[in-house]
Design a protein around this ligand. Structure first.
Ligand SMILES: [Zn+2]
Length: 80
């Protein structure tokens, strides 16, 4: 299986106007335009005890204070 995998890191982000917003996993899906079945949700960011954020083998998607939500380019070609 060569399915692309992402790790969603929901959490607080400080916007340019200084307000703190909480970006949910659902909002990250929408902002990054990825499908739920392409993603894991980070257990650490869900507040589970004993987990730390770990993006090994996946692409981490985080809230962005600048409002830029673009998927990082990967070396592998993308199926269009
Ligand atoms: Zn996380």
């Amino acid at each position: 299986m060569s399915e692309r995998r992402y790790m969603l890191h929901p959490g607080p982000v400080t916007s340019a106007d200084g307000d703190i917003h909480h970006v949910s996993a659902r909002e990250l899906l929408r902002l990054y335009r990825v499908r739920a079945d392409e993603c894991y949700v980070c257990p650490a960011c869900q507040g589970r005890i004993g987990y730390v954020c770990d993006d090994r083998g996946v692409i981490g998607l985080w809230p962005d204070s600048s409002g830029r939500y673009e998927l990082p380019n990967k070396e592998e070609p993308r199926d269009e």
